[in-house]
Design a binder for this molecule. Sequence first.
Ligand code: 5GP
Length: 122
Amino acid sequence: MVRLYQEIPMTLFEKIIARQIPADIVYEDNLVLAFRDINPQAPIHVLIVPKRVIPRIGEATGPADQSVLGHLLVQAAEVARRLGLAENGYRLVINNGPDGGETVPHLHCHILGGRLLCWPPG
Ligand code: 5GP
């Protein structure tokens, strides 16, 4: 993985991508990695992240981010399908900033399923 800004510390998810921190990986390609959340909020709770860091959706910009995010969403649906969530449904969540509940500054999409999810969220 090529990092443009070597002086910026690696994010937690970059360390998972680099296999410096172990994770239960369920899907990988050249642009994204999907792995099970360490603190699952549903029977199936997977995070899918771009390999090239975008800190959060509010900072996504330009055609390169657009294309990686389009790919990430299509692959999120594919991961959900592979994990058996297509029939009953699932939820994709992207938290942005403090009020949104973002805790890791590396854009990630939660894939949640395997139970009925409440709406509105808490
Ligand atoms: P956020 O709150 O930023 O939307 O989501 C961050 C997610 O990362 C949380 O659901 C949290 O449980 C998960 N997480 C934090 N540290 C780790 C870790 O070391 N490994 C894995 N697999 N998930 C993590």
